[in-house]
Ligand binder design. Structure first.
Ligand code: ADP
Ligand code: ZN
Length: 489
């Protein structure tokens, strides 16, 4: 309803916000659009709108006072620590090593006593060592790239899936979408969390969902125009590519898009402006990771000033990546996350390696959920190429499987026409370097094939002569990334 009125152009979005006390008086839930419509009609008759409307999916949790939030987090943290201590030998051992018993964790202040979890712990516990529920209660498995050949696994109970769709519903409501919207989910479906995560949130708000998955650009554009898509979910780089193709096909005027929910990779404010102009939308940043739940960990509201962190489910901390000590609000450091409601795979103090800062001021939108600054970089060497996490160590472990290849390689990443280009130079051992083109072509094909299956994306392999890759005297520089994706524009 609200969106129909917005789309009708009778009122501009900026005129269209309301203050929280009205919501409080009416006790409006996200479903009661009839009430909201009445308010909207009322507002239309006001010479100067007094009220500002922000759609909030779950006000009972998104607008708690700090005191209420800390109490809730403390309670949920205690439950989680109990749960992992009793159900996960991994965490029990870790806590016992620190001489820590579950009773010692009483409030959020005690969080710092808990052990960190890192990506390698997930690799070592592959596949299900971190689960705190029996497999009979796990109803879904997802996976993302690990640092070497083994993927990072996420296991969900039914309740976890419910939490996931809840946090995604918050994300889409914050972008002013509701049951009147048509969602095109162009994140990949399958093992990646993007597609199904966005899908469940869009269904939860009652929108019509097009589960098209990623790729197949012409079809994307055809459905977008034929079905009247109003909300697009994909990586920001793919959205830019789509925008370009739309222009090329001359179908801009047929679009009904109003919102884009972009994430899974870093993007700049410059890119946001470009997307908003090219697609005539408001573009929202969404953040998440498989280890925690997938997309839906944090989201932009229409203020677009930081990402609200769903801290009633996931507690964020910022630490100095070197000293591992907590940093005060506003300071940039490594984001560490503790899940406090998940059953399947709860995780304590996960070191994301993502660099950002936190802002506890209440947002204009009325949400009190802490805001995370957009991701400013990584404290490790992970690359995100076409939305997929790639570690140089993965490439190395594949190359080591080939006796013909020397352990000298270099990764080149660039963005050309809004598409990530990925090239790997691989040095061939002298005894295998051959003038026989067919032999070299065969080796190149085998390496490319194996890398594709391990990384989940394709790379252009270039075999180079022995000793042609520069040797370093210190830490080897194995990556040249020309994209500057973390750069502020
Ligand atoms: P996803 O499917 O969201 O990419 P992964 O677990 O594969 O989930 O990757 C998570 C990583 O992706 C994060 O740790 C972060 O580095 C990056 N990422 C996800 N969303 C964003 C975003 N909105 N901005 C910047 N980086 C992001
Ligand atoms: Zn806000």
């Amino acid at each position: 309803m609200l969106c129909e009125i917005l789309n009708s152009g009778l009122l501009k979005f900026s005129e269209y916000k309301k203050i929280l006390f009205l919501r409080k008086i009416i006790g409006q839930k996200a479903d009661s659009w009839l009430v909201l419509n009445k308010i909207t009609q009322f507002l239309q008759n006001q010479p100067l709108p007094l009220f500002f409307i922000y759609m909030i999916w779950n006000e009972s949790y998104e607008c708690l006072s700090r005191k209420e939030m800390l109490e809730l987090q403390g309670k949920r943290l205690r439950n989680t620590v109990e749960r992992v201590y009793h159900n996960s030998p991994f965490y029990r051992n870790k806590m016992q090593e620190l001489g820590l018993s579950p009773e010692e964790i009483e409030s959020v202040e005690d969080l710092v006593k808990l052990p960190f979890t890192v990506k390698n712990d997930l690799r070592d516990q592959y596949p299900f060592g971190l689960f705190s529920s029996p497999m009979s209660e796990i109803v879904r498995l997802h996976a993302s790239s690990g640092t070497t050949g083994k993927p990072i696994v996420g296991g969900y109970t039914r309740k976890d899936l419910n939490i996931w769709s809840e946090v995604m519903a918050r994300t889409f409501s914050a972008g002013n979408c509701d049951r009147s919207d048509i969602f095109q989910i162009a994140y990949g479906y399958g093992l990646f969390t993007g597609g199904l995560g966005a899908h469940s949130g869009a269904e939860r708000i009652g929108a019509s969902v097009i589960p098209i998955s990623s790729g197949n650009t012409e079809k994307q554009i055809q459905l977008m125009t034929d079905f009247g898509t109003t909300a697009l979910c994909c990586t920001p780089s793919y959205a830019l590519y789509l925008a370009e193709m739309i222009k090329k096909m001359g179908v801009e005027s047929k679009l009904k898009l109003k919102a884009g929910f972009f994430g899974a990779e870093p993007w700049t404010d410059g890119m946001r402006k470009e997307l908003e102009n090219k697609l005539s939308i408001k573009a929202f940043d969404i953040f998440g990771l498989t280890e925690i739940i997938g997309p839906g960990v944090a989201f932009n509201c229409s203020e677009q000033n930081g990402l609200h962190f769903n801290e009633d489910h996931f507690i964020p901390e910022i630490i100095d990546p070197h000293t591992l000590k907590p940093l005060p609000p506003g300071e940039v450091g490594e984001l560490v996350i503790t899940t406090i409601t998940k059953e399947g795979m709860p995780i304590l103090r996960y070191r994301t390696k993502d660099l950002t800062s936190l802002n506890y001021e209440t947002c204009q939108c009325g949400r009190t959920l802490v805001r995370m600054d957009k991701i400013r970089g990584r404290s490790d060497d992970m690359l995100i190429i076409r939305g997929v996490n790639v570690f140089p160590s993965q490439v190395e472990s594949v190359l080591l499987e080939f006796s013909e290849a020397a352990p000298h390689y270099h990764l080149f990443v660039d963005r050309i026409n809004n598409t990530d280009v990925f090239e790997i130079h691989v040095e061939v051992r002298p005894e295998f370097f051959s003038d026989h083109l067919s032999q070299m072509l065969d080796l190149k094909k085998r390496i490319a094939h194996r890398l594709q299956s391990v990384l989940g994306i394709s790379a252009e392999i270039k075999l180079v002569e022995p000793r042609s890759i520069e040797r370093s005297t210190g830490k080897a520089k194995r990556v040249t990334d020309k994209r500057n994706i973390y750069k502020q524009v």
